[in-house]
Each structure stands twice: as structure tokens, then as C-alpha cells.
Design a protein around this ligand. Structure first.
Ligand code: DX5
Ligand code: ZN
Length: 286
């Protein structure tokens, strides 16, 4: 099964509710929710209040991607705010296995992401703990960047490894730069959860865009009327992000910028979750 997960990072927040209604009407499977703290990645997005509003108003599963420095401190609150999937990065400091277990204990599906520079073998020991693995196909932090096709080899190797372990429908998510012209390559490589920001929210007809993208993934004909998917006048709120990302990369390589990652002022606390997951442990499902 193919899961389409539009990322609201690319939406126009003035009319967020209407656009999410269109995403739901278009048959999207998940709503992808990118949380950025300005520390783990050099960008800031949104958090609990927005997630809670969406969760109270919409029924579609909320797929929360945490690009934050200390995810362990916030797992309970994201679960309580309505997250159905919670993805943490393997590059975070801390005990990834413990965090994944905490996510499950809080009633959400645990998931782990890896950046483009992290070898795929590093997540292999986490396959049994997680219900999904997210292979980043851009550097995390910004929407509207170009897809990195070389990441598909990581997807292939991960799919092989999950199959070798007997998971026929393990969820492998790809995120960043997915468009109508590369979605089939990602699906063929073994990705079955496809995150798309601008490819969905850049369309003047979101339900139609989702139908086209789903067809394109399976190399089926694009449904009529076959109009352009991305509106020419589309300027996402994060529209300058790709340029911003490039500037930061240039600054970092020339030593003009530094992103700090201090957590000195953040106090830790105990695992407070007592919600059990029941029969929701679906590492073998879909
Ligand atoms: C990047 C985010 C992505 C991003 C995808 O850090 O994790 O979810 O919103 O946006 P597009 O599809 O426009 O590349
Ligand atoms: Zn994401």
C-alpha cells in the first residue's frame, strides 16, 4: 500500500484549515507535521497548539517529524497533542531505543529518521523497535529543496533488510523534494510513505494533485484534465527556504555561521507516560 503524507510546512497558513480539508478530501493517508526548533535545524516552524487544533478538527493520522534538539523532553506532549506517529532523528544525542519505547508507551507509533549523511546500516538495529523509518532525501530544515536521488540506494537496502526480517509491509518514508517526476523512483525503490510539501500545497487543486501523484507513483496514467500541478503563482510561506538553506550551507563551509546545540538550560524529567498501546504494535502491518 502507498501512503501519501502531505507536509503542511508548504501550506499557506492563512487558510490552513481549508487546505487540510482539501488534503483529506483528496484521500491523503497521513498529514505530515514538521517540527523545527532552530537548534537541531536552522529553521523554526510550529508546535503543540497547531498540532492540537488539527488533531481536534481532523481525523487523518498525524505524522509528526521532530527536528528538535531534545525530543525526549517533549514526547509525552506531542502524543497528548494528538500525534499518531512520532519520528525522532537517530542523530540526536540520547538513547534512541528508550525514546522509541517511550513513544510507544505514550500510545503513538515510534519512528526514526536519518539525515542524508547517516549510513542506512545505523538504523538496522532499530527496525524492530520502530514502526516506520524515515529516509531524508534532502538535508532537514527547509521545504522546497531538490531531491537527492542517491538516497534511493539507502531505501533499497532498508527494504531488503526489512524483508529479510520478515516484514513485508514495513513503513519506509521518504521526505524532501518528492515531485511528480521522481515519486515513482522512490516507490520502486521501496518507499511506501511519501511526504510531499510543495508538490501538494503548491497546486491550485489539492485533491487533484494527490490523485495525480498517487497515479504517478504507480506509473499509471495521470487522470484528466492533466493540468499543471504546481500553480505558476505559488509562493509557499517557506518559499525562500531553499535559498536560505543554500546560504547557510555556504556560510557554514566558509565558517561565517555556526549553529549552536547547547542543552545546558534544559532540565530532564522522568518518563511520565502510562498510556498503553494495546494492539497497535503493527511492525508487521502495512
Ligand atoms: C524538510 C521537511 C520536509 C519538507 C518537504 O526538513 O522535513 O517535510 O517539508 O517539503 P518539499 O516536499 O517541498 O521538499
Ligand atoms: Zn518532514
Amino acid at each position: 500500500m502507498l501512503f501519501i503524507a502531505p507536509s503542511i510546512l508548504a501550506s499557506n497558513f492563512v487558510t490552513l484549515g481549508d487546505q487540510v480539508s482539501a488534503v483529506q478530501a483528496g484521500g491523503a493517508d497521513f498529514l505530515h507535521f514538521d517540527v523545527m526548533d532552530g537548534v537541531f535545524v536552522p529553521n523554526i516552524s510550529f508546535g503543540f497548539p497547531v498540532l492540537k487544533s488539527l488533531s481536534l478538527h481532523f481525523s487523518m493520522p498525524l505524522d509528526v517529524h521532530l527536528m528538535i534538539q531534545n525530543p525526549d523532553l517533549y514526547i509525552e506532549r506531542f502524543a497528548a497533542a494528538g500525534a499518531d506517529y512520532i519520528t525522532i532523528h537517530i542523530e540526536n544525542e540520547g538513547d534512541t531505543v528508550e525514546m522509541l519505547r517511550k513513544i510507544r508507551k505514550c500510545g503513538a507509533h515510534p519512528s526514526v529518521a536519518l539525515k542524508p549523511g547517516t549510513p542506512i546500516e545505523e538504523v538496522f538495529p532499530l527496525i524492530d523497535e520502530a514502526d516506520m523509518i524515515l529516509v531524508m532525501t534532502v538535508e532537514p530544515g527547509f521545504g522546497g529543496q531538490s531531491f537527492m536521488p542517491e538516497m534511493l540506494e539507502k531505501v533499497r537496502r532498508l527494504r531488503e533488510e526489512t524483508q529479510r526480517r520478515g516484514y513485508d509491509r514495513y513503513k519506509i518514508e521518504v521526505d524532501g523534494g518528492l515531485r511528480i517526476d521522481n515519486i515513482a523512483d522512490a516507490y520502486d525503490a521501496g518507499a511506501n510513505v511519501i511526504v510531499m510539501g510543495s508538490a501538494v500545497f503548491g497546486s491550485h487543486d489539492i485533491p487533484y494533485a494527490i490523485k495525480c501523484l498517487r497515479a504517478a507513483a504507480k506509473r499509471e496514467p495521470i487522470p484528466e484534465p492533466s493540468e499543471p500541478l504546481i500553480s505558476e503563482d505559488y509562493t509557499p510561506p517557506t518559499g525562500e527556504d531553499a535559498a536560505e538553506a543554500e546560504q547557510l550551507e555556504i556560510a557554514e563551509t566558509t565558517g561565517d555561521a555556526e549553529v549552536s546545540s547547547s542543552d545546558e538550560n534544559v532540565s530532564s524529567h522522568d518518563d511520565k507516560c502510562d498510556v498503553t498501546v494495546g494492539d497497535e504494535t503493527d511492525t508487521t502491518a502495512e
